[in-house]
Design a protein around this ligand. Structure first.
Ligand SMILES: [Zn+2]
Length: 301
């Protein structure tokens, strides 16, 4: 029964497999690919040009076929689908083993796949939240007459329904933010970071705003912020010459437990971090620290 639903999944998986293992076709047959476990019962002869898939030889009947994993599977498991003849030389014992392998691979894939878990919702336990939603709609109603435009007046007519809808939307939004913390392993202290709150406030004024992605954060935006900070530190640097400056240094570990040594220039105008170097894998002896401090002195001038 499980066989009926598989062909579309394994057909795409077959082409992925054929694409990735093109270089080391036979060498990697030892490792069972759960997406296409039956490849190891045929011999890949040659990758097909254009159409995708392989020219392959069945280990049992020694006949040559070509195509994707779907056809390998159909041939070996005698499914008679995918436009390929079934294998007449597969022994009952081998057939049972291959069927089992295919089934187990499929189960492993399904267990490994991320599950969609709905966000928490209080709609089932309406009690306390519905009273608060009434409270809020009443609040909106009392505020509304001060607003002059008709759009706002219309809003209050359908007020309680809309507010109830908004509450549920707000709850979903809260749930999404909370899940970002839990799944990303973020520190709850981030919630105390003023930029956390401000970013959402700003985002809410820009309909359709999408936050920066992985690459923007680690390249352009980082460079921009660094330049900006350096620009703002320039006035402090200028006072060094007149007021004098002291260098301090300390060692510590960052969140990823990398051993870091920092150098801080401090003067009347305030402390300023010059740099932190990652000395992972280096022997932290007197010579290395002396070099670091000498370099920093040259930098300060
Ligand atoms: Zn065969």
């Amino acid at each position: 029964m499980s066989d009926g639903g598989t062909p579309p999944i394994s057909s795409s998986a077959g082409s992925v497999n054929a694409g990735t293992s093109s270089g080391a076709a036979d060498a990697e047959n030892e490792i069972i690919d759960d997406k296409a476990p039956l490849w190891k019962f045929v011999k890949k002869i040659q990758k097909r040009q254009g159409g995708g898939g392989w020219k392959w030889q069945c280990n049992f009947c020694k006949l040559y076929y070509s195509g994707s994993y779907t056809r390998v599977r159909s041939h070996l498991l005698k499914e008679g689908t995918a436009g390929v003849a079934i294998c007449t030389k597969v022994t009952p014992h081998a057939f049972t083993a291959m069927t089992k392998l295919a089934r187990e691979s499929k189960e492993r894939l399904m267990n490994a796949a991320p599950r969609h878990v709905p966000l928490p919702s209080s709609q089932q336990q309406g009690g306390s939240s519905s009273t608060s939603s009434y409270g809020m709609s009443y609040h909106a109603y009392t505020q509304a007459p001060t607003a002059s435009d008709s759009g706002k007046k219309r809003k209050t007519a359908a007020g309680s329904v809309e507010k109830a809808f908004q509450n549920s939307a707000r709850e979903q939004c809260d749930g999404e933010v909370a899940r970002m913390y839990y799944t990303g392993g973020l520190s709850f202290n981030l919630a105390r970071n003023p930029h956390y709150r401000n970013s959402y406030i700003r985002a809410s004024t820009l309909p359709g705003y999408i936050p920066p992605g992985y690459n923007a954060l680690r390249t352009t935006l980082l460079a921009k912020e660094r330049k900006n900070i350096e620009h703002h530190l320039e006035p402090i640097k200028k006072t060094w010459k007149d007021k004098g400056v002291s260098l301090c240094s300390d060692g510590w570990s960052d969140a990823q437990r990398r051993p870091l040594i920092n150098v801080i220039a401090t003067c009347e105008s305030g402390p300023m971090m010059l740099k932190a170097i990652n000395c992972q894998g280096e022997f932290k002896d007197h010579a290395m620290i002396a070099d670091l401090i000498i370099d920093s002195i040259k930098e300060v001038g």
